[in-house]
Design a binder for this molecule. Structure first.
Ligand SMILES: [Zn+2]
Length: 510
């Protein structure tokens, strides 16, 4: 499939490392075009269009029958996360490599300081761990506590380190939970810095009280997990945080929206003109809460993640949210714990490490159930798997686009390829797959990261450490339009938040 495009035999030109993708159906969020993509040796796209010339020394990849799309962006992963007394089994190398096998070329992971830990100390730890990543990555930073140093370090991160999003966990009381007081201070600071706030919306106090009730009644199995986190817990937190964001004039992004209640609050806020964004996980779109009632403890426990999988009616609502545009992005919350790690909660469901995998399967299951099932067009698929995340987190058009100057992060999709998903054959470093047994149609044939082929028809060519940290500029253009019709910040917070240019330049890479 890969051949040399040079007939002259002269490979000493300046085009070494360049690659011409010939004859693909190019699909972006905006257009569909039959043509070629020339990837330059510097890792960027040099040109797209029909009948491009191959410069001397250019490799040619025949993409007849394949769909070329921007590589997937997973805006929500937790590689090698220290959590609940253990560490996620997937590291930055294995996780980004598994992403390549599934057509995902960039992740946004999370720096999560312990309460009381200096933000910059946690920042350095995560940056160190992530150096082994095979693909490009960036970080949201969680605000888990508050004092003047946190206020200060948010400024350093936003102004110097390319962080334009801060994460808040409204759940996990007595651990990383952000109280209303923290939300207030952090949202106010983030807006001042031109950063978006992101939120895990579950009422941590309600979860805590419900967990205590269940434990007191001796209901210690994984079937208690969803009972401790019912839909109202998410709906209440979503409503509350949207009100905070409205009052403070802050754009807000809700991660892993899993319920009709939360979705309806997002939709209502958007109808009022508020800048509210919603993310949905592939798992929440496909898996329902019956898994927690399975008699096999390991099977049920392997599905423990928060928010939990939901009754099927919520799945239908989430699909409608994605189709209507009230939900803009899809993610995985990829956070792997092996069965022996899940066993930490054998006697008590509250101690089961929360998390499930999915980075390798997100694109295929969404293509199958989205495009294949007639819910999404291919262009909408690109929007919800890549482009919208790039836009919201101010990476566009460096990422999420196919155009001259964009990074050559691409997936060449074979819409006819089919397989059955299994933990026995996946590349993810975990012994369980929530999509086990699911047949998908539509798979990556080739994945390119920075113009290099990193996955070729089943063969993974991920290079440890080849991934780059990507800085994200603050003051997304939406900060210029926060205070028009609809947004109703409190008069104290009503001045424009605009400062400086928000143009993404390739120089923002390291
Ligand atoms: Zn998460």
């Amino acid at each position: 499939m890969i051949q040399s495009g040079s007939l002259s035999g002269n490979l000493s030109g300046t085009q070494s490392g360049s690659l011409l993708i010939r004859g693909a159906e190019i699909v972006t969020a905006d257009f569909t075009l039959k043509g070629d993509i020339l990837c330059a040796g510097d890792g960027r796209i040099a040109a797209i269009g029909p009948g491009l010339e191959a410069p001397t020394g250019t490799e040619i990849l025949d993409a007849a029958g394949l769909i070329a799309m921007p590589g997937g962006i997973d805006p929500h992963t937790h590689m090698e996360l220290p959590f609940m007394g253990t560490v996620a089994s997937e590291d930055f190398f294995t996780g980004t490599a598994a992403g390549f096998a599934g057509g995902t070329t960039m992740i946004l992971d999370f720096v999560i300081p312990d309460p009381g830990q200096p933000l910059m100390e946690a920042w350095r730890a995560w940056r160190g761990w992530a150096r082994k990543a095979a693909g490009d990555y960036s970080f949201h930073v969680a605000i888990t506590w508050w004092d003047d140093s946190v206020h200060h370090d948010m400024g350093v991160l936003a102004r110097e380190e390319g962080v334009n999003s801060f994460k808040h966990f409204m759940a996990y009381k007595n651990a990383i939970m952000a109280t209303d007081e923290i939300l207030f201070h952090s949202f106010r600071r983030a807006r001042e810095l031109g950063a978006i706030v992101t939120v895990h919306a579950e009422n941590g106090e309600l979860v805590y009280q419900l967990q205590n009730e269940l434990v007191a009644r001796g209901m210690m199995g994984p079937e208690s997990h969803p009972l401790s986190r019912p839909a109202e817990v998410e709906g209440e937190a979503a409503h509350r945080v949207i009100a905070f964001a409205e009052l403070l004039g802050a754009p807000v992004y809700l991660v892993h929206v899993s319920t009709e209640q939360a979705l309806s609050h997002i939709a209502a806020a958007r109808r009022r003109g508020q800048r509210v964004f919603g993310e949905v996980l592939a798992g929440h779109l496909l898996v329902d809460d019956s898994v927690y009632r399975d008699p096999d403890w390991a099977f049920a426990a392997s599905h423990v993640m928060s928010p939990p999988f939901r009754p099927k009616a919520h799945q239908d609502a989430l699909w409608r949210g994605l189709m209507s545009g009230d939900l803009q992005t899809t993610a995985t919350d990829h956070c792997c714990f092996r069965i022996e790690q899940k066993m930490m909660g054998r006697e008590d469901f509250t101690r089961i490490p929360n998390g499930t995998a999915g980075i390798e399967d997100r694109m295929a299951v969404l293509w199958t159930e989205g495009v294949g099932a007639g819910r999404l067009t291919p262009q909408e698929f690109v929007a919800v798997t890549s482009t919208n995340s790039a836009k919201i987190f101010n990476l566009y058009p460096r990422k999420g686009a196919i155009m001259a100057g964009a990074d050559a992060d691409l997936v060449l999709w074979d819409p006819a390829a089919t397989k059955v998903i299994s933990a026995k054959t996946h590349h993810q470093n975990v012994d369980f797959n929530i999509f086990e047994g699911k047949r998908v149609t539509g798979l990556p044939a080739f994945t390119l990261s920075a113009g290099k082929i990193v996955y070729a028809r089943g063969e993974l060519r991920a290079v440890r450490g080849a991934g780059r940290y990507v800085k994200r500029p603050t003051f997304h253009p939406m900060f210029q339009a926060l205070h028009r019709e609809g947004a109703r910040p409190h008069p104290l917070f009503a001045e424009p938040a605009v400062s400086g240019p928000a143009i993404h330049t390739p120089a923002a890479a390291e």
